[in-house]
Unconditional design. Sequence first.
Length: 99
Amino acid sequence: MVGLAFRAGKTLAGTAACEKGLKHRNIRLLLLQDGLSSSSRKRFLELCENTGVKVITIGNGNTLGDAIGRPEIMVLGITDRGFADAICNNYDGGSGLNE
């Protein structure tokens, strides 16, 4: 589902783009790779808490980057409500987004 959202142009990839998207309230769901540095993780978690965006941490390796064909990516913002809901439903058993 993440790869499909990326190909549809409904994502922001990378730390700078996601930080800007969160500040402008364009992101519906933020995906963080487990290997993200602690300072970056803290910064994004604070931004998400302030803006009410749900965060999902993706497991080991380059799972997030591999899903979109860009292995170096550690942060991905989903900008579309439908894709965000679908990813949440698949990830946590159907609870959807909190808003």
